[in-house]
Design a protein around this ligand. Structure first.
Ligand SMILES: [Zn+2]
Length: 206
């Protein structure tokens, strides 16, 4: 297995990371190349798994969008759309991101409105973006909530959980006990749902 080796004086043991499809190994100067090779070899299954996670999606992969599964096709017409159980994408980042954003917005806007009516919440504006490490954010002072477009790949009960999570931040800014007890009155199985889908990986479409 190929990897990039970083020798470090401040590192005590061998560490492996997979960053954007590249296997990076850091090791102390005192460890021999042979030992490092053996360690990497032992971790091969884990490394393969990490590499697969960041691999580009390919023709005929099954892609889940808002709870429905579609068979993926890349084509050379400059348009992205869904037809029956098929998802057609033009391999261009801007175009695909626009398609995902339009579709997640169409769904979440309505679902958000539904919850706001139930909970008697008014005048919150929504924004959508691509974030690496958060599903959403809430700025009560600006009456604004943002959602991660990648929610489009998640099951609908997870999307509901995130919408309610951000709405609960209108009352409690932090993740305190009060925050979770409010959230659990709205969605008693909130924690189970978040846990259930923790390991779902987001497809890499572009
Ligand atoms: Zn939060």
């Amino acid at each position: 297995m190929e990897y990039v080796l970083h020798r470090k004086s401040n590192c005590k043991k061998i560490k492996i990371r997979v960053v954007e499809g590249v296997v990076q190994v850091s090791a102390p100067f005192t460890v021999s190349k042979r030992e490092i090779d053996r360690f990497v070899h032992e971790q091969e299954a884990w490394i393969e798994n990490q590499l697969n996670k960041c691999a580009l999606s390919k023709e005929n992969d099954l892609i889940s969008l808002l709870g429905n599964e579609y068979k993926l096709h890349y084509m050379n017409k400059r348009i992205c759309y869904v037809e029956g159980n098929d998802l057609y994408l033009y391999p261009d980042k801007t175009l695909i991101q626009r398609f995902l954003k339009q579709n997640v917005k169409k769904y979440i806007d309505l679902r958000f409105k539904f919850f706001c009516e139930q909970l008697n919440i008014h005048d919150i504006s929504l924004q959508y973006g691509f974030y690496k490490s958060k599903w959403g954010s809430c700025t009560p002072s600006k009456h604004k909530i943002c959602f991660n477009v990648n929610l489009i790949f998640m099951p609908l009960e997870f999307v509901d959980a995130i919408i309610l999570h951000e709405l609960a931040h209108l009352y409690h800014l932090n993740h305190s006990k009060d925050f979770y007890s409010l959230l659990c009155t709205w969605m008693p199985n909130y924690k189970e749902i978040i846990k259930k889908y923790k390991k779902i990986s987001i497809p890499n479409l572009y």
